[in-house]
Design a protein around this ligand. Structure first.
Ligand code: FE2
Length: 280
């Protein structure tokens, strides 16, 4: 799990064997909620930048997943703490190995206190060389510092905003969020058909993540279910890599306050031999 002293361990990870040792020691955390996302190619954008600032996923009483995207292949982690502290560190471990040399990040913060405010930021350190016995790091970039609140288990009520059928109109997200005014809400639910079809990562960033971050997503979580339009296009098979669902599937259930929600993945609404389903 996360350790209070682990911030000092940033430089501890000097080579692969040490990175593996961290897995053995249990620094960071493992959870079935988060996949090992490992896209082995750097993005051609200039410099070392965040393609997406961190956004909140899979909220629970004791946990929150933080996702973000870099353009370079990195070793990445979250610094966080209760209140305004940043005294803990978390990274992901899968099969005994610390996640590294990836761009799309999902780190699960667990063992959090319910109904509690946490502060967090993310750090991504570029890996310039990842050879079997030689690891060379580049520069680190650090995100903005934000806060979130874990779920109140005994909440008497819960409020959430639902959007669907945005269909590649990113300006609709902040526009609709503004219609809520200052009414309090706990989270946002995207109910399908955010896109017409999926083409590439840039579309997911520009048409969903960026407008969500502009309006709320670094301080309030969102949940996502695919609609029939999220089964189409050459990048539809990668779409799930950009979200963390409570079950790891497009279908799941969750309770928040007095409301129990069942989320159905209704899939494609056309027959299997329709043009949009031509990969058979
Ligand atoms: Fe639609």
């Amino acid at each position: 799990m996360q350790t209070k002293s682990s911030l000092k361990r940033r430089d501890f990870i000097g080579n692969i064997s040490k990175a593996s040792l961290l897995g053995v020691l249990g620094v960071g955390n493992t959870t079935p909620l988060v996949k090992n996302i490992n896209e082995l190619s750097a993005h051609p954008a200039e410099g070392h930048i965040f393609l997406s600032q961190p956004y909140l996923q899979a909220p629970s009483e004791n946990g929150m997943s933080i996702m973000w995207i870099t353009n370079k292949l990195c070793y990445s982690w979250v610094e966080y703490g209760e209140g305004d502290q940043l005294n803990q560190k978390a990274h992901e471990i899968k099969d005994g190995l610390v996640n590294a040399y990836n761009r799309v990040n999902a780190v699960r913060l667990s063992n959090l206190k319910p109904n509690t405010t946490y502060t967090y930021r993310v750090v991504s350190k570029e890996i310039l060389e990842f050879q079997p016995y030689k690891l060379v790091y580049g520069e680190s970039i650090t995100s903005d510092t934000r806060t979130f609140k874990t779920v109140e288990p005994k909440a008497k009520e819960v409020s959430w905003l639902i959007m669907n059928d945005i269909h590649d109109r990113p300006q609709s997200i902040p526009h609709l969020m503004k219609l809520n005014g200052n009414d309090p809400y706990d989270y946002v639910f995207f109910n399908g058909d955010m896109f017409d079809y999926q083409t590439d990562e840039q579309q997911i960033i520009n048409h969903m993540l960026a407008p969500c971050l502009e309006s709320f997503a670094s301080s309030k979580p969102f949940l996502f279910v695919r609609g029939n339009h999220e089964t189409r296009g050459k990048y539809s098979r990668e779409l799930a890599d950009y979200f963390t669902s409570p079950s790891g599937k497009y279908y799941y259930s969750y309770q928040w306050g007095p409301v129990y929600n069942i989320v159905l993945d209704t899939g494609e609404d056309k027959p299997d031999d329709a043009l949009c389903m031509q990969v058979l």
